[in-house]
Write a protein that binds this ligand. Structure first.
Ligand code: TEU
Ligand code: CA
Length: 558
């Protein structure tokens, strides 16, 4: 296994709009991030991924970029950014930026020029088609619901937008577009940033001819039209970005790559030829999709979770590297999905932390996850902010669907679950801001907040610190081989990590039950020692014993 700094790092994702407001306008900003860097350092963080902070029309909170080389007004200035980068480096941490290549804002000067006439030199930076029988050029649906095409009156053509209509897709087939993007990437890398999280990267190539294709938005692991998901030829684009930009710098890159099967992982992230270092796969966070797709919910299955994790853990052994995560700014809160925030908030949040942080790969903690922030249920549609929610609500209404069921689905699945303000303390608005925040706070900030957890030795936050320390204390938990243990057990998830003669065993009860556990017989004769647990426990015995609800035990096996 080849060593690398980014394999040994623990990363933390910041959604700047909701992290910390420094100037009392209710919107998080760069100075706010700077003011909390010591907190992140103290937690044990090495790499900070900051979601888009570029100039934006803010239809999709920064993922609609109108100037790649400027800073969003609400977040601050380029001087603030330079200071942020310097302050991060000063503390021995690194910064990776969000790289959005698939689309720009419709307010980007490229698009404004492109839409001005059919013959404008920038026209071909985007994807334009004539109407088909007076309507959309094909049947593709946007990831955010509804048609992926928007009609433009002035020139009488449609443009393609896989996301919101304010996010026109770039035409990656055009070499001039790729050249512009390479220039922009190098500009940021020359500033000294340490890498990128590459947004929606599976979608940058479209199937030639843009044919009608089924929109399988109602299948379990597939959440977008096959016309723009991992299309043959995409690697030529990716390799160009690697060759002409990434490869010249000592950076880390992680692609957001829904829909890439493990069989193709080598082409994406293989140590020899992959264009990227890591990808975020989506299979485990899509487990609770219902039969009607993403907005429908189903009970997830532990057996399936095991299969997915084992597959990615063993599948990349020695050839690639996993990006480990349970949450991000697009996902509901993990303790609300996979734990029990009502009866076992602390226990289940700690168990889930142990579960993903000790696997082989680079862990990404999402802001608030380290204190066990939960989903929120807003009473009114108008409390939500996400463009995707409004698109979905509108379509359900048009289809005559039941409103209360729609609101239930939104409460469960909404990306806004992850976007409520960071809960720093129990003062008004959780210490995020002194004025009304851009999105309502989760009222449970009175109980769940950083300040309280810093002083409570038994808190989720202090458990995360201990877990990060443990992970960094030994190469076994970084480079060690992963093996599944008790694969068939219906309640317990267990795995081992081994390197040379050293071994760790991680035992996790995924339910509020009390199953019996027995140390695997093949390790008899060795000496298990508890090094971390979310209950009081010191058993070293090989006799069977009962696990507590959501118990997590980390053994060093001597
Ligand atoms: O998300 C991309 C995204 O939602 C899809 O790639 C996803 O994998 C799937 O197809 C839909 O379930 C990124 C950002 O993380 C998100 O916040 C942005 O809204 C989006 O890109 C557009 O930039
Ligand atoms: Ca602000």
């Amino acid at each position: 296994m080849r060593k690398a700094w980014w394999k040994e790092a623990v990363a933390y994702e910041i959604y700047p709009r909701s992290f910390m407001d420094s100037n009392e306008d209710g919107i998080g900003d760069l100075q706010g991030v700077i003011s909390r860097l010591d907190y992140l350092k103290d937690l044990g963080i090495d790499v900070i991924w900051v979601c888009p902070i570029y100039r934006s029309s803010n239809n999709d909170n920064g993922y609609d970029i109108s100037d790649y080389q400027d800073i969003m007004t609400e977040f601050g200035s380029m001087a603030d950014f330079d200071r942020l980068l310097a302050e991060i480096h000063k503390r021995g941490m690194r910064l990776i930026m969000d790289l959005v290549l698939n689309h720009t804002s419709d307010e980007h000067p490229w698009f404004m020029e492109a839409r001005s006439s059919r013959t404008n030199p920038k026209r071909d930076y985007y994807i334009w088609r004539d109407p088909r029988d007076g309507a959309e050029p094909n049947n593709w649906e946007s990831v955010f619901t509804g048609s992926a095409w928007e009609y433009d009156e002035l020139t009488g053509q449609y443009y393609l937008h896989l996301y919101s209509k304010k996010q026109p897709d770039l035409n990656m087939e055009n070499p001039a577009v790729r050249e512009e993007l390479v220039r922009m990437i190098r500009w940021w890398l020359d500033k000294g940033i340490d890498g990128f999280r590459v947004d929606a990267i599976t979608h940058i190539k479209k199937l030639p001819g843009l044919p009608d294709l089924p929109n399988p938005n109602n299948l379990r692991y597939v959440d977008s039209n096959p016309g723009h998901r991992n299309i043959a030829g995409i690697h030529e684009f990716l390799q160009q970005f690697k060759r002409e930009a990434f490869a010249d710098y000592d950076i880390m890159t992680v692609g957001e790559a829904s829909g890439i099967p493990i069989a193709e992982a080598d082409r994406w992230i293989g140590e020899e030829h992959g264009a990227l270092n890591m990808i975020f796969q989506f299979e485990h966070v899509n487990l609770d999709f219902g039969l009607e797709g993403r907005w429908d919910y189903a009970v997830w299955d532990l057996g399936e979770l095991k299969k997915i994790m084992h597959k990615w853990q063993t599948g990349l052994e020695g050839t690639g590297w996993n990006a480990l995560y349970m949450e991000n700014h697009d996902q509901p809160r993990s303790v609300s999905r996979f734990g029990d925030p009502v009866h076992y908030h602390k226990e289940s949040a700690k168990m889930l932390a142990t579960f993903f942080m000790l696997m082989q790969g680079t862990p990404f903690i999402y802001q608030g996850q380290e204190i066990g922030m939960t989903n929120v249920e807003f009473p009114e549609l108008s409390d939500y902010r996400d463009v995707e929610i409004y698109n979905y609500y509108r379509e359900r209404l048009l289809d005559g669907k039941d409103v209360s069921e729609t609101m239930r689905r939104i409460a469960y699945r909404a990306r806004d679950n992850a976007r409520t303000p960071m809960q720093w303390d129990d003062t008004l608005y959780g210490g995020f801001s002194s004025v009304v925040p851009w999105i309502r706070s989760n009222p449970n900030y009175h109980e769940i907040n950083v300040e309280q957890q810093l002083t409570d030795p038994d808190s989720i936050l202090n458990y995360y610190k201990a877990l990060i320390r443990l992970r960094k204390s030994t190469e076994v938990l970084i480079y060690g081989k992963y093996e599944a243990v008790l694969e068939e057990h219906p309640e317990i998830f267990a795995y081992s990590r081994t390197l040379g003669n050293e071994a760790y065993l991680i035992v996790l009860n995924f339910y509020g039950t009390t199953p019996e556990f027995q140390f695997p017989a093949e390790w008899s004769g060795r000496h298990p020692e508890v090094v971390l647990t979310n209950y009081e426990r010191s058993d070293r015995s090989f006799d069977p014993f009962t696990l507590n609800p959501y118990e997590a035990i980390v053994y060093r096996v001597n």
